[in-house]
Ligand binder design. Structure first.
Ligand SMILES: [Cu+2]
Length: 146
């Protein structure tokens, strides 16, 4: 391979490795549910989820978040641990929970927006949930990565 070819390849590599992010918006409000329960994504394509709280109930009385966990995680157990972590914004930080969480938003009140970003590295179903006490039963869903 001569220098000219090598130079061409070095220019191409970053272009091939870069993929435009897939943008998804999920809203939450005073109903205890996400606007969607299923998000489809692709391995290697950055996923950008904008979580928007459009409700009115003050944050002191109720809030929402989104915690995305790895495929195969024990979601009910993670929910239970997080519900007990009031002083940590309802996101437990024990070793098991930390290793299961891919990305988590803070607890959000009315008018707040947060962008969660991650690039799935493996195919599978990534569960997501709200860890505010009592919300997991309704506020859960899955990111299907192919
Ligand atoms: Cu919630």
């Amino acid at each position: 391979m001569n220098a000219q070819w090598l130079g061409m390849w070095l220019c191409l590599v970053p272009v091939l490795a870069w993929a435009a992010p897939q943008k998804v918006e999920v809203t939450v409000n005073d109903q205890i549910r996400y606007s969607t329960k299923k998000i489809e994504a692709k391995v290697g394509v950055p996923l950008e989820i904008t979580l928007r709280h459009t409700g009115k109930i003050p944050k002191a009385n109720m809030s929402h978040n989104m915690v995305i966990v790895k495929p195969g995680s024990m979601v009910a157990m993670i929910s239970a641990r997080c519900v007990g972590a009031k002083d940590k914004n309802y996101v437990a930080d024990d070793a098991d929970t930390k290793s299961a969480i891919v990305v988590a938003s803070p607890q959000m009140g009315p008018g707040e927006t947060y962008v969660l970003r991650f690039t799935p590295t493996q195919a599978g179903e990534y569960p997501f949930l709200c860890t505010y006490p009592g919300h997991f039963g309704e506020m859960n869903g899955v990111i299907v990565v192919k």
